[in-house]
Design a binder for this molecule. Structure first.
Ligand code: UT7
Length: 324
């Protein structure tokens, strides 16, 4: 039997209207534009308005992707949404978005893999298509991470932003996603986490104790090392070499991490999509936002090979190598 591939037929994204610069943050915490730019590459981030949710951003990104694909919501047979900041505890944000799109009836679920959420969702969707179960799938990565940031803590609050990206996948005889890799190691859970919740309980603290805690330097070190081996593993899985990759579309957490991965791939930075300066770290939103920017700006062309990767809380890490 001829192999079935998942092809990305279109992309979409959405950002909250309000952009907050590093200079704006200087007014609320003891930080500087210079520190943020040199340590992270971030210049600004978008922050959701009061009442604007992950589902709102996901819905907009999905609408734009479906419109670009020329696919009706009713044609979808699966929606997978990566997020760690769902609108409500349940139903899943995927279900909320499904109803707003008018795709009622297809399977829909969320995936929580922190910053690797979209890459996990893409890998899962790819398996559904490869198995013959699904023909048209909407994959979304969406977050309002600034809702769980402590605005008094300069170590974390300058790093994150809100946003969403989406892709429409279709079953095809032509490549397509060649391979996806997914990993996790819960042994690192305390280096990057938000340790309150329904079952553990919330705290009698501002925002019920909901806030991101990160040991930045340690996360940085493991991220660089892990992404190096992830890149090797992904190339090996497909039997490709560094020189076969046209574009690296990495998780946008820190420009220095991105540069380290590019170096490992021997790729000049003009073949790496960088949006961290504009969006900061949008967790599950980061890779699909960068991909949509790359497609709509005309950088990424049909037939090119893209390497997508992400690393985040868990730790989780995941990648996809595909022909666009
Ligand atoms: O998406 C999930 C994965 N997450 C990541 O990949 C994030 C990984 N980590 C990082 O990106 C970096 O570690 C950070 C950007 C978080 C921090 O950069 P760093 O170069 O590792 O800095 P550091 O944590 O070692 O802190 C250096 C100094 C400290 O001061 P002292 O101890 O040297 O006096 C911090 O207190 O910078 C200070 N600092 C700040 N100064 C101004 C920390 N945050 C700030 C700030 N403004 N916002």
């Amino acid at each position: 039997m001829a192999p079935i591939y998942s092809r990305i037929i279109a992309t979409g994204s959405a950002l909250p209207e309000r952009a907050v610069s590093n200079a704006d943050l200087e007014k609320i915490v003891d930080t500087s534009d210079e520190w943020i730019r040199t340590r992270t590459g971030i210049r600004q981030r978008h922050i959701a308005a009061d009442g604007e949710t992950t589902g709102d951003l996901a819905f907009l990104a999905a609408q734009r992707a479906l419109e670009a694909a020329g696919v009706k919501a009713s044609e979808l047979d699966l929606i997978v949404l990566g997020t760690t900041t769902p609108d409500i505890i349940f139903p899943s944000t995927a279900c909320l978005v499904q109803q707003r799109l008018g795709a009622n009836g297809c399977a829909a679920f969320d995936v929580n893999a922190a910053c690797s959420g979209f890459m996990y969702a893409l890998g899962i969707a790819d398996k559904f298509i490869k198995s013959g179960q699904s023909k048209k799938v909407l994959v979304i990565g969406a977050e309002t991470l600034t809702r769980m940031v402590d605005w008094n803590e300069r170590e974390t609050c300058v790093l994150f932003g809100d946003g969403a990206g989406a892709v429409v996948l279709e079953a095809s005889g032509e490549p397509g996603i060649y391979a996806t890799c997914m990993h996790a190691d819960g042994g690192y859970k305390e280096l990057l986490w938000n340790p309150v919740g329904v079952s553990v309980g919330f705290r009698d603290e501002p925002n019920h104790g909901v806030r991101i805690k990160m040991a930045g330097r340690e996360v940085f070190k493991v991220a660089v090392k892990t992404l190096d081996s992830l890149v090797d593993e992904t190339l090996e899985a497909v039997g490709m070499h560094e020189s076969d990759i046209d574009w690296l579309i990495p998780h946008q957490a820190n420009l220095r991490i991105i540069e380290a991965t590019a170096k490992r791939l021997q790729m000049p930075m003009d073949r790496v999509i960088v949006t961290v300066d504009q969006h900061a770290n949008t967790s599950s939103g980061s890779v699909p936002l960068a991909l949509d920017y790359a497609v709509r700006s005309g950088k990424v062309q049909r037939g090119q090979n893209l390497l997508l990767e992400a690393f985040g809380g868990g730790f989780t890490w995941a990648s996809a190598l595909l022909r666009y």
